[in-house]
Design a protein around this ligand. Structure first.
Ligand code: PXP
Length: 257
């Protein structure tokens, strides 16, 4: 009986503080594509990442398919048993694919087709009608929507009006300034997170998060629900191995209990 109470208290508390780690496997696809063939095997990596503790798998298929291909996304849907998150610009082709695959979450990014990586959040005010329409479509298909945003508070209010379930805060600025002054670097993110909460938006974050800066970010943002991490995590795995690396990232997210 006592043990049961302890377990439920622990489970409740853990759930309350848990930030999900979604591993972005685009870099694995980039490595595979550099040689043709199927090494490394993207599907196996996704499967193993989950086995090693990842609580989600993220992919960002770009129109030129230079990383993850549309065909990978369909194949991954069959094996991902945690949370499947597809990121991308909502073109007609992208929307068709996402609706067919039906992931748990779609993260909308405003990237132009040949962008090296995502380098800005949405101007949700300027793109309001477009985002509202796209989000309505995904919502109709029971796919959770998240929009990639910077920290400007008025923009977050516009994002909330689109009907999105969550925002994903673009953390490149935080990562850049973390090394100089982490208290100052986190400030706009704390305010943005509070605004998201006030607008009843869920909260994700991503871009340039790493073993160095992740713990502080997640400690300072109490309503953070999920981080998606690719570049630094895959780079760390070269030295530390994928299992060890995922465990280390998870450890950065475990605090406050
Ligand atoms: N979130 C979004 C919207 C992205 O485009 C990316 C990069 O594909 C990430 C998160 C992950 O960024 P990183 O590879 O720097 O961890």
């Amino acid at each position: 009986m006592g043990a049961k109470v302890v377990f439920f208290t622990f489970a409740y508390h853990t759930q309350f503080i848990m930030v999900r780690l979604s591993v972005n496997i685009n870099k694995v696809a980039t490595l595979r594509n550099s040689r043709g063939g199927n090494v490394p095997d993207l599907i196996q990596v996704a499967f193993d990442a989950e086995r090693f503790g990842a609580q989600g798998i993220t992919v960002h298929p770009r129109p030129d398919e230079r990383h993850v291909r549309y065909s990978d996304v369909y194949a991954l849907k069959k094996v991902v048993g945690t949370e499947f998150n597809i990121e991308g610009y909502p073109s007609t082709d992208f929307m068709k694919m996402v609706i067919e695959v039906k992931p748990d979450q779609v993260t909308l990014v405003p990237d132009p087709p040949n962008a090296l990586t995502s380098n800005a959040g949405w101007d949700a005010k300027k793109n309001f009608s477009f985002l509202e329409e796209v989000i309505k479509e995904f919502t109709k298909h029971n796919i959770r929507t998240s929009v990639f945003m910077e920290t400007e508070l008025a923009q977050i209010e516009w994002a909330a009006k689109t009907g999105a379930n969550r925002i994903e805060l673009y953390t490149e600025e935080y990562a850049t300034h973390y090394k100089v002054n982490r208290e100052k670097a986190i400030e706009p993110y704390v305010k943005a997170a509070a605004k998201a909460k006030e607008c009843s938006l869920g909260l994700n974050a991503g871009h340039d998060l790493s073993l160095e800066n992740l713990k502080y970010f997640s400690e300072q943002i109490p309503n953070l629900q999920e981080v998606s991490i690719g570049h630094a995590l895959i780079a760390d795995a070269l030295y530390l191995g994928l299992e060890n690396t995922i465990q280390l990232y998870l450890r950065q997210l475990r605090h406050g209990s």
